[in-house]
Design a protein around this ligand. Structure first.
Ligand SMILES: NC(=O)c1ccc[n+]([C@@H]2O[C@H](COP(=O)([O-])OP(=O)(O)OC[C@H]3O[C@@H](n4cnc5c(N)ncnc54)[C@H](OP(=O)(O)O)[C@@H]3O)[C@@H](O)[C@H]2O)c1
Length: 334
């Protein structure tokens, strides 16, 4: 599907973008992979690793629609990964988060239309479901923009979908590198916000493969959610440092005890497939596809039960400490 194609990744120098690039290069022969982000140092460092002839590096901000549109000339597929994603930073700088995560999303949509991009997938997060912090709220607004864009698309060809998942093992600023750093520095204890806390858990590779597969399955308008395991934060701390004590520091502002990917309010819109769920749009599209019980690969899903919810504490699938260590040891940190 990606052979000979031009693919643009906003936020391409981030944890997701670099892994996506690596997996694309390993498995396909794209004509161009365009990395779109702001910081020249990150691009310089990435270009030292990924220097295949198909790689292109564009400095640009998703807040700058004109630049985005220039970068998208001739592009077939867009992955929108650029975001402000640190919860406390977003709380302290709300308008900056809104400009990047919401205005930036609309700019991506407009630039896709202007350039007749075929398909675009935007990354979402479990924090967008029943959000309690601004980061989650902006990602929910972004999800809504991408879903609704399929209606605006009308006879335009671009189709937009969303991929939503939880904590990515080893991504920049996440709990695994944080605990590892403390352990390396000789910490006597690891900070735990609450012993009950649970999180969804996905490796960067699995997140990338999930997004890649969604390009084939999408009609446009779905929010795709992979079936992934949950873990307890205390199990993670114990797996990484069995002899270290845990210091309970209390839940932080904007944090939840458990994350949720599908709320019971969305159960009437949700279909279950073999290894993922798809939330169908809450609006009816006028000119485009509206049957989301069958994906574009002709695989059939079934409606979940009324009142169904998918959260990190009611998940039937849990990782053991042994599995956690196995995943972490196979995870490259970007
Ligand atoms: N990591 C997770 O645990 C997780 C979980 C679920 C969902 N997600 C979602 O996955 C996506 C990617 O996350 P990630 O972990 O790869 O993040 P990351 O490592 O922090 O990378 C973010 C990327 O976005 C770029 N960026 C930020 N602001 C930008 C702007 N205004 N214009 C253009 N580029 C901008 C950054 O580069 P510059 O700073 O150089 O611009 C960087 O390339 C995000 O949408 C996030 O919400 C992440």
């Amino acid at each position: 599907m990606f052979n000979g194609k031009n693919i643009l990744i906003t936020g391409g120098t981030g944890s997701f973008g670099k892994t996506y690039t690596k997996i694309l290069l390993q498995n396909y022969k794209p004509n161009k992979i365009i990395i779109y982000s702001r910081d020249e140092l990150k691009q310089f460092e990435m270009a030292n690793i990924f220097n295949d002839s198909c790689m292109r590096y564009f400095i640009g901000d998703v807040r700058d629609k004109e630049r985005l549109s220039t970068a998208m000339r001739g592009v077939d597929f867009v992955i929108h990964a650029a975001a402000m994603k640190h919860v406390p930073v977003a709380e302290y700088n709300p308008m900056e988060c809104i400009k990047t995560n919401i205005h930036g999303a609309q700019n991506v949509i407009d630039a896709c239309f202007e350039n007749q991009v075929e398909k675009c997938i935007a990354l979402s997060t479990d924090k967008a479901c029943n959000p309690v912090n601004l980061y989650g709220a902006t990602k929910l607004a972004s999800d809504k923009l991408f879903v609704a864009a399929n209606n605006i698309a009308g006879n335009n060809q671009t189709r937009f979908s969303v991929a939503r998942y939880g904590n990515v093992v080893g991504s920049r600023g996440s709990v695994v590198p944080f605990f590892k750093k403390l352990i390396k520095e000789g910490a006597k204890e690891l900070p735990i916000t609450d012993t009950r806390m649970t999180r969804f858990w996905i490796s960067l590779e699995d997140g990338v493969k999930f997004v890649l597969s969604n390009f084939e399955k999408m009609h446009g308008g779905e929010i795709f959610i992979p079936k992934i395991p949950s873990m307890k934060i205390t199990d993670l701390a114990h797996a990484l440092a069995p002899n270290l004590k845990h210091k309970i520091i209390g839940i932080r502002a904007g944090e939840k005890l458990h994350e949720i990917m599908i709320s019971s309010d969305d159960s009437h819109l949700t279909y279950e497939f073999d290894d993922y769920y798809a939330i169908s749009p809450s609006i009816k599209f006028t000119n485009t596809h509206n049957d989301f019980s069958i994906n574009a690969l002709n695989q059939k899903g079934k409606k979940v039960k009324d009142g169904f919810s998918y959260s990190s504490d009611n998940n039937p699938n849990w990782v053991s400490e042994k599995e956690l260590l196995n995943i972490i040891s196979h995870t490259e940190e970007f």
